[in-house]
Design a protein around this ligand. Structure first.
Ligand SMILES: O=c1[nH]cnc2c1ncn2[C@@H]1O[C@H](COP(=O)(O)OP(=O)(O)O)[C@@H](O)[C@H]1O
Ligand SMILES: [Mn+2]
Ligand SMILES: [Mn+2]
Ligand SMILES: [Mn+2]
Length: 197
């Protein structure tokens, strides 16, 4: 996605004209006490999904700003894409993080949320996801994001970031991992980011 993307405040994005479509996506995450190979702390489980288009993105989708709040649309999309376990929580305005507008067509402004769940809630989402309405169609499966780098300096998050991401999803992920202290502050800056594809 080479199109320039500009960051907007929520009120600026809600003032955009009718030619703009709004989309909302959410990063769901929870504490994860496990250790990989018994020695690498996992710290958190962070969910993304493989989409129908072969790109990685967050659960969520287009919302109709005239039919209800952004969060109403987002929680509807989460129910469609994740299934019944999404009714165990509600993503709220307090979980809002950012909005990015792609200047080129199609005019989409992407709103991003991050919600800390209890571990049981996240496990329930992972259990129910294969029974979601969109599973096997728009959503090809949930993935957890590796939050560590293996001894070869590539395996783990660096290799994960070499996938193709939809829209601003990779930036949304990295910013949230850093800002929400899901990883150590200098960890992300130490990763040589592969060129955007
Ligand atoms: O994870 C994401 N982060 C940021 N933008 C995204 C993400 N997923 C999709 N988008 C953007 O939002 C638009 C609609 O999202 P999506 O494809 O999830 O809609 P849908 O679930 O309603 O079919 C996409 O065309 C893309 O431009
Ligand atoms: Mn949709
Ligand atoms: Mn959808
Ligand atoms: Mn979607």
């Amino acid at each position: 996605m080479a199109a320039p993307v500009s960051r907007l405040t929520l009120s600026e994005s809600l003032a955009l004209g009718p030619e703009w479509r709004h989309a909302c996506h959410a990063m769901l995450y929870a504490p994860e006490p496990g250790k990989l190979f018994g020695r690498i702390p996992l710290r958190y489980a962070v969910l993304m999904q493989m989409r129908f288009d072969g790109r990685l993105g967050f659960p969520g989708g287009f919302v109709d700003v005239h039919k209800g709040s952004l969060e109403d649309g987002l929680n509807r999309e989460l129910a469609e894409e994740l299934g019944d376990a999404a009714s165990g929580f509600r993503v709220e305005r307090s979980d809002y993080r950012s909005s990015h507008a792609a200047a080129s067509a199609p005019r989409v402004v992407a709103h991003f949320y991050a919600k800390l769940l209890a571990r049981e809630q996240l496990l329930a989402v992972e259990r129910a996801a294969p029974h979601a309405r969109d599973h096997g169609l728009e959503v090809l499966g949930l993935v957890r994001v590796p939050l560590y780098t293996l001894r070869d300096g590539v395996g783990g998050l660096p290799a994960f970031l070499d996938n193709v991401f939809i829209g601003t999803a990779r930036d949304q992920l990295l910013e949230a991992l850093q800002d929400l202290k899901i990883v150590d502050s200098n960890y992300i800056s130490g990763i040589k980011l592969p060129a955007r594809r």
